[in-house]
Ligand binder design. Structure first.
Ligand code: G3H
Ligand code: 13P
Ligand code: NA
Ligand code: ZN
Length: 328
């Protein structure tokens, strides 16, 4: 059944687990998530970015969600707008059946330039009022994601600011988080705590802590009723890099967020963990393998089926690793 983010994350908080939120752009990705969740009996958060909505078409996406809910009536499913950039994006998401929206007011409408705190509060409160009137949940974001390693804001396939930032800008300030939630009444809050979007998070194998666990702990302590969200949480598994490169890909070596770090975050109040890159890599590796091993093949099912199965495998692993197995 369709359910809001608030309901799902309240349950996760009461039972001390985290939920992966996987991005979709098409039918195969939606099926991969549902097959994984069904296998391990986990609650589901599916999210679509603005790019996903443009790619798939809102009407197609709406019917994909309806189909998933109808196919798996025993699983709670939340459909979430990832990185909404305006009131209009969030409002139309709800019209198309989303039960939760992220208003990312940490960036200006261009989704590139860091926004003022006042802009963030203003636009997030407007979306929060609108969503709560119609029974949807809201995620806000405070702080700019970027690399603590280089002090750089996001670039390339990540979203947002390009160029140098102060280290302090890359971590969410707990005092400001308290003020932000009071003013906006969001259900969930994405915080900057050392992750960035995309595959290229760390250029060396992380040894020890990569997340600002003290920031997570402090914000959770002061906002126990606001569910914390970790963006940029792909682990960028080495075996998937190897598969992609073995079959003709050219991904430079890179490291993501270790699963153990995410598990520690979950112990300190992180409830929603956003994952897109790992799924993209699983799909790409599987497709490259078919193309390389059977170059005469041209039936899309021959590569889309293994692609879907590779994504299902990642999703199952994350549900289990975050403690969501058996929680549906
Ligand atoms: O945070 C971004 C997600 O990975 C979605 O990416 O905007 O390329 O669809 P996208
Ligand atoms: P990754 O690029 O680490 O998968 O992060 C996805 C994300 O945060 C979507 O909002
Ligand atoms: Na989101
Ligand atoms: Zn994100």
């Amino acid at each position: 059944a369709r359910i809001t983010l608030r309901q799902l994350l309240d349950h996760a908080a009461e039972n001390d687990y985290g939920l992966p939120a996987f991005n979709i752009n098409n039918m195969e990705q939606a099926l991969a998530i549902m097959e994984a969740a069904d296998k391990v009996n986990a609650p589901v958060i599916i999210q679509a970015s603005r790019g996903a909505r443009a790619y798939a078409n809102d009407i197609v996406l709406k019917h994909i969600i309806d189909a998933m809910v109808e196919m798996y009536p025993h699983l709670p499913v939340c459909m979430h707008q990832d990185h909404g950039n305006s009131e209009a994006t969030c409002a139309t998401a709800v019209q198309f059946g989303f039960t939760s929206v992220m208003m990312d007011g940490s960036l200006e409408r261009d989704a590139k330039t860091p926004a003022s705190y006042e802009h963030n509060v203003h636009v997030t409160k407007a979306v929060s009022d609108m969503a709560h009137w119609v029974g949807a949940s809201v995620e806000g974001e405070l702080g700019v994601l970027g690399s603590l390693e280089t002090g750089e804001g996001e670039k390339e396939d990540g979203h947002g600011f390009e160029g140098k930032l102060e280290m302090s800008d890359l971590l969410t300030d707990p005092d400001q988080a308290v003020d932000f939630v009071k003013k906006t009444n969001v259900d969930a809050l994405a915080i900057a705590m050392g992750t960035s979007h995309g595959a290229y998070k760390f250029s060396r194998k992380p040894d020890g802590e990569v997340l600002a666990m003290n920031v997570i702990e402090e914000i959770h302590k002061r906002l126990p009723n606001t569910h914390l969200v970790m963006h940029g949480s792909s682990s960028v598994p080495e075996d998937l890099q190897e598969i992609i490169n073995k079959y003709g890909g050219e991904m430079p070596q890179t490291w993501g967020v270790p699963v153990e770090e995410i598990q520690r975050g979950i112990k300190h109040g992180v409830r929603k963990v956003n994952i897109d890159t790992d799924c993209r890599m699983a799909i790409t590796g599987a497709i490259r393998k078919v193309f390389t091993e059977t170059p005469a093949e041209f039936d899309p099912r021959k590569y889309l089926k293994p692609a879907k199965e590779a994504m299902t495998k990642i999703c199952i692993e994350r549900y289990q690793q975050f403690g969501a197995e058996g929680q549906a």
